[in-house]
Design a protein. Structure first.
Length: 271
């Protein structure tokens, strides 16, 4: 398996983003080695899952009303990512989101998120009485899969309207109470979601590859170069912006436009 030999800590909310970044970068390096280190910055996520020895399946997945489940990972039979056929047309129109989605599920696999917690203190963080193979929902109110701010805002508003309607009905409707309970109890913990998202980000835009790219010199006072850099890695502009922000390469000014961070900050990060 591609991740064999990695020093992956037990699943915990206290695993830092720096540790997740290092794990994802090493996975990317192993992927490149399997592909003879071809000078290609794009990670074929279907190929990556194959190298993880994780199977994929496309089928319709039941979603509680108002919830979104693009895909899910279960550890059955060595690992399985199920892609929700309901969103097949959306994936065709947004291959960047499809790849980010698979990266997220790969993160759950590599970071061992569906293992039982080793500490009793962590047990309440996981869904009570849920077997490891249970499919977990991604709350629509969480920023996910490289979606634009407008797309996430639309999902948030839709979920908020649903929750308000269900809360009004819950006093007299058992079905409304069941739907609310299902939405709450089947959502993965926020820390787990964020770690999987960060893994996907760092896997598809590995630090060492990005460092090589930045040596070419880029004008980060405009959005255009950020989108062109994103295209090199075949990720969304939003994902590249987040990666550059997290690494301290750029910041977003009060005018909503990007600008480079001081060189001293970049030097500390990349050397």
């Amino acid at each position: 398996m591609l991740s064999d030999g990695l020093d992956v800590p037990a699943p915990s909310q206290f695993v830092s983003h720096e540790v997740v970044d290092e794990i994802a970068t090493r996975c990317n390096q192993a992927y490149r080695a399997e592909n003879n280190n071809k000078p290609n910055y794009v990670v074929d996520m279907d190929r990556f899952l194959d190298l993880l020895e994780v199977s994929t399946l496309c089928e319709e997945i039941e979603e509680p009303e108002g919830a979104t489940l693009l895909a899910c990972y279960t550890p059955d039979d060595g690992g399985l990512v199920t892609i929700n056929r309901t969103h097949e047309e959306f994936f065709k129109s947004r291959p960047d989101v499809y790849a980010a989605c698979l990266g997220h599920e790969a993160g759950h696999c590599v970071l061992r998120h569906l293992e039982q917690p080793v500490s009793e203190d962590e047990a309440p963080l996981l869904i009570e009485d849920s077997p490891p193979q249970q499919r977990l929902l991604h709350k629509s109110t969480w920023y996910q899969y490289g979606l634009s701010q407008a797309e996430v805002r639309e999902l948030k508003e839709k979920e908020q309207r649903l929750s308000e309607r269900l809360l009004r009905k819950a006093l007299v409707s058992e079905r409304a109470r069941d739907t609310l309970e299902q939405m709450r109890n089947r959502s993965e913990p926020l820390w787990m979601f964020r770690q999987a998202e960060h893994f996907s980000l760092c896997l598809r835009i590995p630090r060492d590859r990005l460092t090589d790219m930045l040596e070419e010199g880029w004008d980060f006072t405009r959005w255009g170069p950020i989108y062109r850099l994103a295209d090199r890695f075949r990720v969304s502009g939003t994902m590249m912006r987040v990666r550059l922000e997290k690494l301290g390469v750029i910041e977003i000014g009060e005018d909503g436009k990007p600008r480079p961070k001081p060189k001293s900050v970049q030097r500390d990060l990349f050397h």
